[in-house]
Write a protein that binds this ligand. Sequence first.
Ligand code: PLP
Length: 426
Amino acid sequence: MRFETMELHAGLEPDAVTGARAVPIYQSTAFVFDDTAQAEARFALREGGPIYTRLGNPTVDVFEKRMAALEDGKGAVACASGMAAITYALLNILKAGDEIVSSPTIYGGTHSLLANTFPDMGITAHFTRDNSPEAFEELITENTKCLFAESIGNPNADLIDLEAVAEVAHRHGIPFIVDNTFGTPYLVQPIHHGADIVVHSATKYIGGHGTTMGGVIVDGGTFDWTNGKFPSFTEPDESYHGLKYAKDGGEAPFVFRVRAQALRNMGACMSALDAFLLIQGVETLSLRVERHVENTRRIIEYLQGRPEIAWIKYPELEGSPYAELAKKYYPRGCGGIFSIGFRDGQEAALKWMDNLKLISNVSNVADAKTLATHPATTTHQQLSEEARRAAGVPGECVRLSVGLENVLDLMDDMDQAFDALREESA
Ligand SMILES: *Cc1c(COP(=O)(O)O)cnc(C)c1O
């Protein structure tokens, strides 16, 4: 099946009992076993099938299969949020004494997990000086267990050379984990470019309507966990009657272990209702992302003509340091999130935002509705102005997440906010 067809059909057969064409919401905690032998077989993982919703649920299963298909992975596991998915993916390979090398321009919650939570667990995170493959390689030590980056960074849409960084990871015998939340599998499939594991905040473009929290981990099934660096995949797990994940985990041993360990023992599972809502989003992902990109390109063109705007960061723009990577990895566009800088600084940026009427001031992205955020006073508030400049979010910066409205209405709204700015300063 091709991408658009998989968005609608992957992982879903009409309901065997009722014939329901849409995915039923299996709002049930537990599932009845035919007999004690079946119960024993399911617990021993000899037989598939639902046991208890924390470990798996038929509605969630459809969402997982669909996401695995769209990312061209071999299996997936859904979690309660993007942060739960990222945490579980990383804790699936990192333990006390281990290290991770990450790009610095990642989502604030992920940055804080790596910089603040992991040290308490004995895990050390190193942040690269930039997105170049050399910057990743120079921080790798014998204790490094994975490389981490986002396909499209936040809030400036920085890109990364996925194939080159994957090559560095594999040369050192470690996996490359990519957060593809801003990219979406419609614009880029990191597994095709060498990534081993893909994670998502499904809260964003996957759901697409700003209604539902969710996360997912997709296993490319390509990484060799038996290379000696990952004993938890090759040695028997006594808490699961001697299971060896690399051998017994089928085509997707990474997510098999997430389910058997992190999800079973830490429990941030996805609910059936949320899986249902996210599946509704997935069905129109390609249509929506196409329009997000089209609207974004038109809004950028409009903003390029405004004297109040000093700079625009979007990889497709001439002069962007990522223009070449955009051509190579994102022929369909670089998504709907980008940043702009106001010539008159933070004060002008804040005034403009306060005068927007249709566009909402919200610390979220990838909604069907257009959103604006002022990172310096919200998401990056705790940093010094110097650190904010280094992170690419100075006071004059506004992040825009372009939605699906008629683009002329968005321009009208921006126009009247620019007018108000001029009147206030006159
Ligand atoms: C929102 C976001 C997350 C966190 O996801 P939640 O669903 O809010 O927990 C992680 N990574 C990126 C890139 C995000 O945009």
